[in-house]
Design a binder for this molecule. Structure first.
Ligand SMILES: [Zn+2]
Length: 149
């Protein structure tokens, strides 16, 4: 875990809606910033953007990290690191970290790794594209779901 350095990203329009882009170079395994947002402790909560923390807790992220798009060949990942206390419980904090060196102007992406039952077609255009936004381990289940449908 290298030094934390806020900023360095911007939200831009893409053909698939908004996305998050680097506006300076990042090295491999560098923390890009903390994903801030509303902490929601409800196992039934769901939204287009919410991210899982440990257990039942979720984070409804604010801009700019709200606009992170999926890629089957991502250049970033979300990591849980440190924690904050709310009430009597401690909750992990979430950070965006680079997986490899990133150049200014590159879109920052993560692997959403969704379960097969909520997968939607993927248009990430990576040579590694699975065709669906789905966890690599769930591709087999996805085929089963498609056959049943
Ligand atoms: Zn893809």
């Amino acid at each position: 875990m290298k030094e934390i350095d806020g900023g360095g990203v911007e939200v831009r329009d893409t053909i698939l809606g908004r996305g998050l882009f680097a506006c300076r170079p990042f090295g491999p395994e560098q923390v890009i910033g903390e994903v801030l947002g509303e902490l929601i402790d409800d196992p039934d909560y769901g939204s287009d953007y919410c991210m899982d923390l440990h257990g039942d807790a979720k984070l409804e992220p604010e801009a700019p990290f709200r606009f992170l798009n999926h890629s089957c060949e991502p250049n970033c990942e979300l990591v849980l690191w440190k924690s904050r206390k709310r009430g009597r419980r401690r909750y992990p904090r979430m950070w965006l970290q680079s997986l490899r060196a990133i150049l200014p102007g590159e879109e920052l992406t993560i692997d959403y790794a969704w379960p097969a039952e909520v997968a939607i077609p993927c248009r990430c255009q990576s040579p590694q594209c699975r065709g669906w936004i789905v966890h690599l381990d769930e591709v087999q289940n996805l085929i089963a779901v498609a056959v049943e449908a």
